[in-house]
Design a protein around this ligand. Structure first.
Ligand code: HXC
Length: 257
């Protein structure tokens, strides 16, 4: 498979997706959406892949949805083309996805990062939802995921003013998992991804699905889901191996079953 707007690479058990539209600061046009969805789906279907990293360039993770592509669209076009519909498929991959953010993560770029499970930010990263400056609002989940990530008042201030925030503020607010020096971003993202990819896949899938449920269910529903997912893992060989390895004071040798 060849991709027009991204670079795709497999390193060990980690799938890497690098946005590659430097002339537009990695603005997310339809082709980028199709490429990312196709690459992430292919990694997701490959049992050798245990984690995915999505990254951009030093200057921009992604500066938003492609304004030049959207400019002339009507409301009806947006509905009939389901212009951002593919992103739901990206958000639904079962493999953990790490966003490694350097530079601008604005609008759809910030929303793409929020579709990932872990956000590692270079100290140079800048996050924001500046759509209000264009006469629109976030359209790829920003109003909903940002409120869940940072709380209503922080999200409302960012969405209503379009102000950008730096990596430190984003970490304090809860949008960023961890800030690292820019020069170490990709190494750190690789380490986190390899750490996850070395676990037992069934438990990793269960952990991601159960964590996801925390954002959209009541506490009682989420706890019920967790109870069943937790119990189901006791029927895997890897649970027996993991606990035997602990007892025998050695590292587990997981078989992903
Ligand atoms: C299309 C973009 C773009 C974008 C940058 N470019 N962002 N093209 N869509 N979102 C292009 C510029 O037009 C320019 O190309 C090139 O990338 C370099 O950008 P510059 O503006 O020259 O760089 P700089 O001066 O360093 O400023 C960087 C920036 C600025 C602050 C990030 O580019 C910017 O404000 N971009 C838009 C950010 C934004 O509003 N994002 C939200 C989009 S809406 P040319 O060829 O012209 O020189 C969205 C939500 C979707 O994401 C939901 C709505 C329904």
């Amino acid at each position: 498979h060849t991709y027009e707007t991204i670079l795709v690479e497999t390193r060990g058990r980690v799938g890497w997706i690098t946005l590659n539209r430097p002339e537009a600061l990695n603005a997310l046009n339809s082709q980028v959406m199709h490429d990312i969805v196709a690459a992430a789906s292919a990694f997701d279907a490959d049992p050798r892949i245990g984690a995915i990293v999505v990254t951009g360039s030093e200057r921009a993770f992604a500066a938003g949805a492609d304004i030049k592509e959207m400019e002339s669209k009507t409301g009806l076009d947006m509905v009939m083309d389901d212009h951002f519909g593919g992103w739901a498929r990206f958000a639904a991959v079962r493999t953990p996805v790490i966003a490694a953010v350097s530079g601008y993560a604005l609008g759809g770029g910030c929303e793409l990062a929020m579709m990932c499970d872990i956000i590692l930010a270079a100290d140079s990263a800048k996050f924001g939802q500046p759509e209000i400056n264009l006469g629109v609002i976030p359209g790829m989940g920003g109003t909903q995921r940002l409120v869940r990530a940072v709380g209503y008042y922080k999200a409302a201030e960012l969405v209503l003013t379009g102000r950008l925030m730096g990596a430190e503020e984003a970490e304090r607010a809860g949008l960023v998992s961890r800030v690292v020096p820019a020069a170490e971003l990709l190494d750190e993202a690789g380490k986190v991804a390899e750490t996850i990819a070395a676990k037992s896949l069934p438990s990793v899938y269960a952990a991601k699905a159960t964590l996801d449920a925390a954002l959209e269910s009541t506490l009682a529903e989420g706890l019920r889901l967790e109870k069943h997912a937790f119990a189901a893992l006791f029927d895997t060989a890897d649970q027996k191996e993991g606990m035997a390895a602990f007892r025998e004071k050695r590292s587990p040798d997981f078989q992903n079953r």
